[in-house]
Design a protein. Structure first.
Length: 334
């Protein structure tokens, strides 16, 4: 490995002079000498030692991204997690920082991982609501939670208006003449996010004197997509439309229903949620609730670095808007 000493010997200057140039602190070094040093560094294949630079600056320049893990669920198999991670990684790298990804199942892992790598801040992606207070008490660095519905005060949270998303879905179905509707979502593992979407949907139906029957609320913790389509096919009064918590699951359901010979959307209409770039080539016909995941990632990083720069900055709870994107997966009933 080429060192600063090697470059200094080739350039005929002191190692301190080379160090100043490579760290953009030329000071009294002439431009001619600095240019020669940089050219030699390129020619010799010099690669800066990031660990040494971090120690010298007393800064790790590491941002940890903590994702909820489980024995049966790989965090990055979720298109939402994968898309969000891609955006925040780009935003963090723009600032010259490094991303360290951690999958955690147990709260006890979090503090150890943050401290062992001297992380300067962390972004939490997944459901950590029951542990937010303990995480904050034990880690005095800026922590940003994504989509949290925790009641803990002094929390930095970036989320979306999940309740409004449910409202928009219900209103669109009603506008198109649908009165028997269903909801699909995994209630037990997704906390407030899915509950809020369901609540906005059911409250809006109720306000229009439409009942969302219990048998038409399909819990993905109890049923898989195939079970849901089978249940609908044997229902004497089936729903004409489903509001599905994610585009991924909506597309799975559409595929299963289509394979049974159902005409979509005339036999069964769908509204998804997310409108992720990940699905742009598959969901061009899916009516869905759009959340701006890039803006969420950008906002999360902006807020995190503001708190790194200004540690006493007040906590913030930011709710980003959502909108319905009308495509072709909802039919109009007379």
């Amino acid at each position: 490995m080429v060192t600063l000493k090697d470059i200094a010997e080739r350039a005929g200057v002191s190692m301190m002079t080379v160090s100043r140039v490579m760290n953009s602190k030329e000071g009294k070094v002439s431009e001619k000498t600095a240019s020669r040093i940089r050219s030699l560094a390129d020619e010799m294949g010099y690669i800066p030692n990031s660990s040494a630079r971090s120690l010298a600056a007393k800064s790790s320049q590491i941002i940890a991204v903590i994702l909820r893990d489980s024995n049966t669920f790989h965090p990055l198999s979720d298109p939402y997690n994968a898309s969000f991670l891609g955006f925040i990684t780009r935003e963090i790298q723009k600032r010259g920082f490094y991303v360290m990804i951690h999958f955690v199942q147990d709260f006890s892992d979090i503090t150890f991982r943050l401290r062992s790598w001297n992380a300067e801040g962390a972004i939490f992606l997944g459901v950590f609501d029951e542990e937010v207070q303990k995480i904050q008490n034990r880690n005095k660095i800026p922590l940003v939670f994504i989509d949290s519905y925790s009641n803990v005060r002094q929390l930095i949270n970036i989320g979306i208006d999940d309740y409004k998303g449910g409202q928009l879905a219900a209103e669109y179905f009603l506008k198109n003449g649908h009165k028997t509707l269903g909801f699909v979502g995994p209630f037990t593992k997704t906390g407030g996010v899915i509950s809020k979407r369901y609540q906005g949907f059911s409250d809006t139906l109720l306000a229009h004197q439409i009942t969302l029957f219990d048998k038409h609320v399909y819990d993905l913790e109890q049923m898989d997509p195939q079970d849901i389509i089978d249940s609908i096919s044997h229902d004497s009064c089936p729903p004409t439309g489903l509001f599905v918590f994610s585009d991924e699951t909506a597309l799975q359901l559409i595929n299963i229903a289509s394979n049974k010979g159902w005409d979509i959307p005339s036999r069964l209409s769908f509204i998804g949620f997310d409108d992720l770039p990940f699905f742009c080539t598959f969901s061009d016909k899916l009516t869905t609730i759009h959340q701006d995941i890039f803006r969420k990632a950008e906002t999360s990083c902006n807020i995190l670095f503001e708190h790194i720069t200004t540690p006493d900055k007040p906590s913030e709870n930011i709710t980003l808007d959502v909108r319905l994107v009308e495509r072709n997966s909802v039919c109009r009933l007379s």
